[in-house]
Design a protein around this ligand. Structure first.
Ligand code: FES
Ligand SMILES: [Fe+2]
Length: 342
């Protein structure tokens, strides 16, 4: 690299941004709270009364298929004394009865009964607090901010790019949650570049032709596209990232749909959904092999991210420089973070 290019290597985010509780409180509102968050698959919400409850950046929420067939989402909090309405995970409920003192809500979130309460209250004023919910190609998303554009607009070119893949026909195989133990941006930085592939991911490095690895930046705000050609007929990939934490890793055999979920300033997790185009028993071993392959890569990333986080927390490293050639995706990711917090 010549000197001029080196001089343009921008500064990375300060280390203090990767462990500051106050900054995390701003991020959860300005970034995750203002985004659409994937919460459920169509197969989990097929029946009336089926629900999925999940934490979205510190807000417990649930999405429910009502008796009338409509999908609704609510904050998972009873208006009496704040107990959870449904347990985390997926399940069925014929009625929404709070398990703490038995307040009863209907599937539209209206408060119906307050057993033995002993006083009149305005039932209409104490309904469950609604959350926006929309679906895209068989997946349900929730959003906590009224100002955020509709889901289709928010997804931007992801819709067009994923069009040629049969997402609806892919069969759900398995979900895995991976505890990263790092600030969510430490993982974001890592995902945003292929610079580390030859050094950290020997198998992946053999499977793809690194010379073809490219990160398409400046597509539009919040979308990054990574792609690489397969080496010698192996698995080729299209990797779509919707900021802040939704990844579509699409292959010829199916996809992993991944959520990067921050838990607080120092912890985050990855939730992997593996979906396969062919779920016949004959291809079972191939599916297991694909998952092993993918989990090896995740594990390699987790180890290096933990090392990085330990040093970011240690207080000797303040900031570094990003390569204008190899880390354009990181530069863009960090610019998005700065812009959302400005
Ligand atoms: S907290 Fe729900 S009924 Fe009391
Ligand atoms: Fe990696």
């Amino acid at each position: 690299m010549d000197t001029a290019a080196r001089l343009q290597a921008p500064e990375s985010l300060p280390a203090s941004w990767y462990g500051d509780p106050a900054l995390w409180q701003r991020e959860r509102r300005a970034i995750y709270g203002a985004s659409w968050n994937l919460i459920a698959r169509a197969d989990q919400l097929a029946e009336p009364g089926s629900y999925v409850a999940h934490d979205v950046a510190g807000w417990p929420v649930f999405v429910l298929r009502g008796r009338d067939g409509a999908l609704r989402a609510f904050h998972n909090v009873c208006r009496h004394r704040a107990a959870a309405m449904v347990p985390d995970g997926e399940g069925r409920c014929d009625v929404l009865r709070c398990r703490y003192h038995g307040w009863l809500y209907d599937h539209e979130g209206r408060l119906r009964k307050t057993p033995d309460f002993g006083a009149e209250i305005d039932l209409d004023a104490f309904g469950l607090i609604p959350v926006r919910v929309e679906t895209w190609r068989g997946f349900a998303f929730v959003c906590l901010d009224d100002a955020t554009p509709p889901l289709a607009t928010w997804l931007g070119s992801i819709d067009e790019r994923a069009k040629r893949y049969p997402l609806e026909r892919m069969k759900f195989h398995q979900a895995l949650t991976i505890d990263l133990g790092v600030n969510w941006k430490t993982y974001g930085d890592n995902y945003a570049e292929g610079y580390h592939v030859p050094t950290i991911h020997p198998d992946l490095n053999r499977a793809i032709r690194m010379a073809t690895y490219e990160v398409e930046c400046a597509v539009e705000e919040g979308v990054q596209v990574h792609r690489a050609a397969a080496a010698g007929g192996g698995t080729s990939g299209l990797w779509l990232w919707k900021f802040p934490g939704l990844f579509f890793n699409i292959y010829d055999w199916g996809m992993s749909l991944v959520r990067l979920e921050p838990l607080d300033q120092g912890r985050s997790q990855l939730v992997y959904w593996y979906l396969f185009t062919d779920d016949s028993p004959e291809t079972r071993s191939r599916r297991d092999e694909m998952m092993r392959w993918s989990l090896t890569i995740v594990d390699e990333d987790k180890q290096i991210c933990r090392e990085v986080q330990r040093n970011l927390d240690a207080g000797v490293y303040a900031t570094g420089r990003l390569s204008p050639v190899m880390e354009t995706g990181v530069i863009q990711f960090q610019d998005w973070v700065r812009a959302k917090l400005a």
